[in-house]
Design a binder for this molecule. Structure first.
Ligand code: HEM
Length: 148
């Protein structure tokens, strides 16, 4: 019997389903991705921890859960083709300039940290199709940022 849990990844149109699939698997294996995602991000971009002045990344909850939640929501909504995403990303970029967050590489590294943490958690359940869907959707979201 075919495994109906696994979504075919022939086209980017499947990305929304592939993102949902990993998030669902992750939610049954981790109560909260926040500390792992921030730890991964700071290991990739050590200087970025100094940009956080309200949230202390070294003290529980080890990062801003609200920010992570919004990033995940944006990636899901972008994959689902929701039209608000472009203008909201531009708004985020403007607001974050006030936190000295201007380099698009920071956004790229943060979102790839999210994908990496899921890959680690899911092990063999993280398929090449999942990885490609996350890569595509991260790239799509990054395209809404100003070049800075
Ligand atoms: C799509 C990408 C992003 C979204 C949607 C987003 C969203 C948010 C939100 C909602 C907050 C307010 C959190 C709260 O009040 O609890 C926030 C704060 C903040 N974000 Fe982001 N963020 C994004 C990317 C980034 C990146 C890549 C960085 C890189 C360092 C960053 C750094 C910060 C900082 C420094 C704050 C202020 C909190 C503090 O100073 O402790 N954000 N972000």
């Amino acid at each position: 019997m075919p495994n109906t849990q696994t979504v075919a990844a022939d086209t980017p149109a499947d990305d929304a389903a592939l993102l949902e699939e990993t998030l669902e698997m992750v939610s049954s294996r981790s109560e909260d991705l926040t500390p792992d995602v921030y730890a991964r991000f700071f290991s990739r971009c050590p200087a970025a921890s100094g940009l956080f002045t309200v949230i202390d990344p070294a003290t529980p909850p080890m990062g801003c859960g609200q920010m992570l939640f919004e990033i995940i929501s944006l990636l899901r909504d972008s994959a689902a083709g929701k039209p608000y995403v472009a203008s909201y990303m531009q708004q985020i970029a403007t607001e974050h300039a006030a936190f000295d967050v201007r380099d698009p590489a920071l956004y790229r590294e943060f979102m790839h940290s999210l994908a990496d943490v899921q890959a680690t958690l899911l092990g063999p359940d993280w398929s090449p199709a999942h990885a490609q869907a996350w890569d595509r959707q991260i790239a799509a979201l990054l395209r809404h940022l100003p070049d800075s």
